[in-house]
Design a protein around this ligand. Sequence first.
Ligand code: 5RP
Length: 226
Amino acid sequence: MELSLEDSAKRAAGYAAVDRFVRDDTCIGLGTGTTAYWAVQRVGEVVARGRKVRAVATSVATEQQCGDLGIPLIALGDEPLDVAIDGADEAAPDRSLIKGGGGALFREKAVAIAARTFVAIVTERKLVPQLGAFPLPVEVVPFSARYVAREIEAFGAAVRVRSHGAAAFVSDNGNVILDCAFHAIPEPDGLDARLRGLHGVVATGLFVGIASHVLVGNADGSITGF
Ligand code: 5RP
C-alpha cells in the first residue's frame, strides 16, 4: 500500500525511535496514535527477530496491536521502564508537548513519567513555537465534567466535551475528555498545575519536562531531532 507523505514521515519517526532507543532485554513503554503505531510495528519486527523486550501499552488499542504482533506485555510498575516512545499533537522547542488527541493521555503520561527516557516522535506538522493552537485535552471524572468545564472556561479557554458520534467519548479509564482551546499557552507548567488543582481533573495533556528527545520524521526517511 502506498503511504501518504505524512504517513511516511510518521513511519520514519517511529522506526528511528525503536532503532535508536530499544535495546535487547529491556522494558519499554509504547504509545498510542498513528505515529506510535509505526513504533509498535517496528518493535514487533525486532521481537520476531529475537530481541527480548517487555512492553507496557498506553491504551487498549496499543495492547491489541502488541498482542497481534506477539509483543509480551507487562503492567506498569512490574519492572523499571527503560524507555517510552509516543507521538504528540504539538511539540515546542523546549520539548514541552501537548498530547491526548487520541484520548489516551492519562496512561501515556503515567508511562512517560515512569520511563528513564521518554522519546516523542512527530512530523514537522507538530512543531510549534509555543503550545496551545491544538485544543488541550483534559481528562475528567464524569461526575465533575460540567463543574470542571466551567472552571476552565473561567481560565479563558473555550471548552468542548469530546464526543464520539452522538455520545460522549469515554477514555480507557471510563472518564470524559474536555478539549480546551486556549490558543496560546505561554506558561505550560503553571497552567498544568492550575488545571490539576481542580477537583475532578485526572490528567492534562501538557507534558512539560518529561521528553528527553523529540525525533522529527521526514517523508524521505530522514530524521532530525532536538
Ligand atoms: C493519543 C496521543 C497521540 O500520541 C497524539 O494524539 C498524536 O497522535 P498521532 O500520532 O495520531 O498524530 O496523545 O492520546
